[in-house]
Structures are given as structure tokens and as C-alpha cells.
Design a protein around this ligand. Structure first.
Ligand code: NAD
Ligand code: TYD
Length: 355
């Protein structure tokens, strides 16, 4: 089996769902269930014996030791993290604890487990660390996209904590020989995206008749990738990536934020027009910019294509349409997130059975 951490969050849940749809191999899913962890994302797996969910912290050394020894995973895929830049600005502490100290504890536990494996299992074991393009800092409008060789220049507490975790993963390979792989991916979007992030927030606010808050001039550029393409890239790197290497993952889809918001408004005008016939663009407002706001991210994804043959399957146009459709079709999921009901989903739906 494989151990997935953070598998109740946005990307982790998509990864677990896709993995179990495509593989026979079971998943042990370790997630702390912070505000961002939502077991409703995994509702389709209820009763599936190939999915074992454990609520716990990647920083809990004793729990990790027990899980690794009991379940003997052949790989670990580490999604668990605090992931929202704005939250990291208001309160960096949790980012340091989970992204840096938590990754360190996970690496330590995995190192101990891996060193006790027999030669054959030790040779095939993998630790895949899921990271972000934000570790590279901000690009000017003319600069070439981030290659894997770009220097680390993180600007937010979030990206600094992810950069630190990447360095620890690298060090565990060079110092202890741990068979690691790192992926640095651009901004994801798609189903189960928590509505504090740009794309789901705009869809949800638009439908609720609320303002659509664009930071500053809205000309900051992000490189968007449909989440299922990120999941396929991780599967590919896990299967065939070269040990100790990092792979940048991106969608070749650079867009300014304001263009994203306009696209969402236009899709909603088409798919769910406002009752008063007004366009959703009338809800857009410009608000104060984020402190230290990175101007542009862009990924050069040629290495993963050249070495591993991976390319995104989805265009931005097809992916964003699917995403808007998903939010329109899953209003209960949105309502449970907004009311906080998702936090008690486990108890409500499984009761005593899972305690
Ligand atoms: P998310 O915030 O939606 O989910 C994070 C998950 O980790 C949640 O389920 C949460 O409960 C869990 N978690 C948090 N702290 C934990 C801890 N101490 N122990 C165990 N579980 C814990 O995040 P996401 O958007 O799904 O991102 C997943 C990973 O991908 C992160 O490492 C992030 O840095 C990286 N990433 C995200 C993006 C993006 O656009 N969202 C892009 C590139 C890389
Ligand atoms: P976000 O989804 O938070 O991802 P990240 O900061 O990790 O790239 O934000 C994406 C972009 O959208 C970023 O430039 C900030 C901007 N943004 C807004 O303009 N308004 C918003 O309400 C949010 C949440 C983000």
C-alpha cells in the first residue's frame, strides 16, 4: 500500500480518489483534519476496504512509527501542509509547525522505517514530497518561467515554510540516502477546492450575490493546472522519477487574476444567469493588495515532459468549465463548508463505527 498524508484536503482527496479508481493498491490516508481537511471529499470511498483513514498529525512521531510498522507502505506521498498564503500572513505559526517541523518528523519516522526494510524493499521505497512553485519567488513580466534550477526566493511565510521542507527532503536524500522525489507545482483548481482560494471563492461569492474581491490591480499572473493533471503528474513521478530529483509541474496556462475572474463571471452568465439578468462582472470590486504579493508565477514543465512523458490532459478552457459545473452541481458541499457542518461529517455519517 501507499501512505498518503493530507488526503482529505483539496489535492490529496483528488489524488486518493483517482488512485483508487485506477489502482488495486490500497491507500492509508493520514490527515489531521484541520479546517482544510474535509472527509466529505472522500464520501465516495465510504465502505471501500482499500481506503484506510487515520485522523492524525504528521508531527506525531509515535503515531507515524506505529502506522509505518503496522501497514508497511512501499511509498509515502506527502501532501499534508498549511496551504493558504493569506492565512500564513495573519498567523505563520501553524505553517512552521506543520510544513517544517511536521515534514521533519515525517522524514525522521520514514528514515527509521526505511532503514529497517530488507534490501529489496529498501531499493524500491519512495518518499514523494508535494511542493509548490511559490518557493521560487516572483517573476518579472519578461522573465523565463521557473526551471528546476531556479534559485529559491520565497516571499511569504507559506512559501518560506514549503522551501524549508523541500530543503529537508533534499538533505535526507543526500545525507541518509532516503529515496526521495519532489514535485513543485503551479496553482491548482478543480473539484473540492476550499472556497478561500481565488477560483472557488469567486464562484461561491458570485452565486451568493456577494462582492468578488480582486486584490490590487488584478494583474498578478498565476499558472493554472487542473487538479487531476497534477495528480497524474504525481503518479508518473512516483512510478518513474529519478531519485533525488525535483520536477516542476505546470499547465502552460499563465493568466492574470482579473482574466480568471472575468472568465468565471462569463461562464456563470451562461450556465446560471442571475435572476435580474445583470452580468456577474458587476459584482467585481478591487480591494487592498496582499502584503508582499508575488507578481507572477510561471512553470517551465519541460523536464517532466522530456524525462517522464507527462503533459496535462486538460486545457484551461475545458478544466475551468468542468470546475464551474462541479460547483453548480455540488451546492450541498459548498453549504456544508460554509456552515462548518463538514467538520462533523465523520460523526454524522459513520457515528460510532469509526471511533
Ligand atoms: P489543503 O489546505 O486543501 O489540504 C491540506 C490537507 O493537509 C488538509 O486535509 C489538512 O487537514 C491536512 N493537514 C494539515 N496539517 C496537517 C498535519 N500536521 N498533519 C496531517 N495532516 C495535515 O491543501 P492543498 O491545496 O490540497 O495542497 C496540498 C499540498 O500541495 C500542499 O503541500 C501544498 O503546499 C501543495 N501545493 C498546493 C497547490 C495548490 O494550488 N493548492 C499548488 C502546488 C502545491
Ligand atoms: P490564491 O488562490 O490564494 O493562491 P496563491 O496565493 O497561492 O497563488 O490566490 C491566487 C491569486 O488570486 C493571488 O494572486 C491572490 C489573488 N486573490 C484575489 O485577488 N482575491 C482573493 O479573494 C483571493 C483569495 C486571491
Amino acid at each position: 500500500m501507499i501512505l498518503v498524508t493530507g488526503g482529505a484536503g483539496f489535492i490529496g482527496a483528488n489524488f486518493v480518489l483517482d488512485w483508487l479508481a485506477e489502482n488495486e493498491e490500497p491507500v492509508l490516508n493520514l490527515d489531521k483534519l484541520t479546517y482544510a481537511g474535509n472527509l466529505e471529499n472522500l464520501a465516495a470511498l465510504a465502505g471501500n476496504p482499500r481506503h484506510i483513514f487515520i485522523q492524525g498529525d504528521i508531527g506525531d512521531a509515535a503515531l507515524l512509527e506505529k502506522l509505518l510498522t503496522t501497514h508497511q507502505p512501499r511509498a509515502v506521498v506527502n501532501f499534508a501542509a498549511e496551504s493558504h498564503v493569506d492565512r500564513s500572513i495573519h498567523g505563520p505559526e501553524d505553517f512552521i509547525q506543520t510544513n517544517i517541523v511536521g515534514t521533519f518528523r515525517l522524514l525522521e519516522a520514514v528514515r527509521g522505517y526505511w532503514s529497517r526494510l530488507d534490501d529489496a524493499a529498501r531499493a524500491t521505497f519512495r518518499f514523494l514530497h508535494v511542493s509548490t512553485d511559490e518557493v521560487y519567488g516572483s517573476l518579472t513580466a519578461e522573465a523565463a518561467p521557473f526551471a528546476e534550477s531556479h534559485r529559491y526566493e520565497p516571499n511569504s511565510p507559506y512559501s518560506a515554510s514549503k522551501a524549508a521542507s523541500d530543503h529537508l527532503v533534499r538533505a535526507y536524500h543526500h545525507t541518509y540516502g532516503l529515496p526521495v522525489l519532489t514535485t513543485n507545482c503551479s496553482n491548482n483548481y478543480g473539484p473540492y477546492h476550499f472556497p478561500e482560494k481565488l477560483i472557488p471563492l469567486m464562484i461561491v461569492n458570485a452565486l451568493a450575490g456577494k462582492p468578488l474581491p480582486v486584490y490590487g490591480d488584478g494583474m498578478q499572473v498565476r499558472d493554472w493546472l487542473y487538479v487531476k493533471d497534477h495528480c497524474s503528474a504525481i503518479r508518473r513521478v512516483l512510478a518513474a522519477g529519478r531519485l533525488g530529483e525535483t520536477y516542476n509541474v505546470g499547465g502552460w496556462n499563465e493568466k492574470p487574476n482579473i482574466e480568471i475572474v472575468h472568465t468565471l463571471c462569463d461562464l456563470l452568465d451562461e450556465m446560471r444567469p442571475r435572476d435580474d439578468g445583470q452580468p456577474y462582472r458587476t459584482q467585481i470590486i478591487h480591494v487592498a493588495d496582499r502584503p508582499g504579493h508575488d507578481r507572477r508565477y510561471a512553470i517551465d514543465a519541460r523536464k517532466i515532459e522530456r524525462e517522464l512523458g507527462w503533459r496535462p490532459a486538460e486545457t484551461f478552457e475545458s478544466g475551468i468549465r468542468k470546475t464551474v459545473r462541479w460547483y453548480l452541481d455540488n451546492q450541498d458541499w459548498v453549504a456544508n463548508v460554509q456552515s462548518g457542518a463538514y467538520r462533523t461529517w465523520l460523526q454524522t455519517n459513520y457515528g460510532e463505527a469509526l471511533k
